[in-house]
Design a protein around this ligand. Sequence first.
Ligand code: DOR
Ligand code: ZN
Ligand code: ZN
Length: 428
Amino acid sequence: MSKTLIRGAKVLGGEVQDVLIDGETIAQVGTGLEAGDATVVEAGGKILLPGLVDLHTHLREPGREDSETVLTGTRAAACGGYTAVFAMANTFPVADTAGVVEQVWRLGQESGYCDVQPIGAVTVGLEGKQLAELGAMHDSAAGVKVFSDDGKCVDDAVIMRRALEYVKAFGGVVAQHAQEPRLTEGAQMNEGVVSAELGLGGWPAVAEESIIARDVLLAEHVGSRVHICHLSTAGSVEIVRWAKSRGIDVTAEVTPHHLLLTDELVRSYNPVYKVNPPLRTEKDVMALREALADGTIDIVATDHAPHPHEDKDCEWAAAAMGMVGLETALSVVQQTMVETGLLDWAGVAERMSYAPAVIGRLEGHGRPVSAGEPANLTLVDAAYRGQVDPAGFASRSRNTPYQGRELPGRVTHTFLRGRATVVDGKLA
Ligand code: DOR
Ligand code: ZN
Ligand code: ZN
C-alpha cells in the first residue's frame, strides 16, 4: 500500500495542514505529521480541495471518438482536478439502454483517471416520444440515478411528468436541458441587442424560463426531484429562487462560461463562442454569480462539449454548439467567484464537489478532507497566472473560448483513491 504525505496545504483554503494518504484513504490530517516511508508532496500553502465532481460532461463515446473518448475525457477531467464525472447520454448510440450505460461505465472503470457515472437518456433515442428503460438502467451495473436528454429538452409535459414519477421510486433525478423547441427554431445566439445588430436568429430567455417554470411545478405536483442544467438567465434564477422558497425539490447548475462570458463576444463571429444555452448579457452573468454565491444555484457543472475542429472552424451558422470546459473550470470559478469575494474555497468545495455528488447520489466522492475518507483530492496553486494554451489540453478537442486568455490558478496534483492521476500539473 503506497503512502503520500501532502505537506503544508491550506485545507479548503483554511488552516495549513498535512494530509497523510495511506492506500486509498486519508489516514491523518494534522500538523507536523511524520513522512516515514511516504512520498512527500510539498504543498507550500497551495489549496487542498476534495476531488471535484462534474455532474455534466460529454465524453462522446460511443460514436464520436473523433472528438473525445472516455479515456481522453477522463484525462482532461483529472487535469482539471476532477475525480468523478457524470457522462451525458447524447452519444451514438444514445445511452438509453442498460447495455450502453454499462459500456460507458466499464470504459470508465478501465480509464483509471477519473470515475465515470453514466447518465441515462429520459426518452428512447432522445426523441422525446417514449420513456427509455429507466428502471433497467438503474438496476444495471452502472446504477444510473441521473437521467437527461441533454442536448435536447424533454418538451412533452406528459413525458416529463412520467419520468419524474418513475425516478421517484428509486431516488433518481431528471436533469432537464430547458429549451422550448418552438421558441428556439433557427436560434443562433441570445435574443437581444447583439442578435438584432448582427441579424442572427435570437434565442429568447423565455425559451429557457418557461420550461423551468413548468418543470418545477411538475416536480411539486408529483413530489419528485428535478435538476435544471446550465441556467443562463437572470429570470431562470428568479424562478428557481421562488421554487426553492416554496419547498420544491429543485437543484440547479451553472457553467463556468455562463459565469464569465457574454453575447458581446459573438460580434467576432468566432464559433468558439457558440454554445447551447447561448452566452447571455452582463446582467445575466451577474445574476448567475450572485445566485451561485447565495445557494440558489447549487453547483458548477462544466457542460464540457468537445467538438472536432471541422465542426467549429467554419461559419457561425454551420458550427456545432458547445465548448470544452473540464481543464479550465476551476480557474474560471476562481476568477469569477473567489477573486471577486463572492465565494471562499470552502464554498467552491461545496459547489464543485460535495453538492454535485449529493445531487447525483454518488458515493465515495464529495467527501470532507478528513481521516477515514476516500483520498479523492485536488491541490490547487491559486497564485499561478498563465495564458490558456489548448495545445496542452489532455482533451482530444480544442474548442475552448479561453485560448490566449489569462486565467488564475492551476491544478498541480489530483489523487483518485490515493493514487496520483496528476503530478506537478501533468498526467501521472
Ligand atoms: O452547447 C451544447 N453542447 N449544449 C448542449 O446542450 C449539448 C452539447 C453537446 O452535446 O455538444
Ligand atoms: Zn444542455
Ligand atoms: Zn450538455
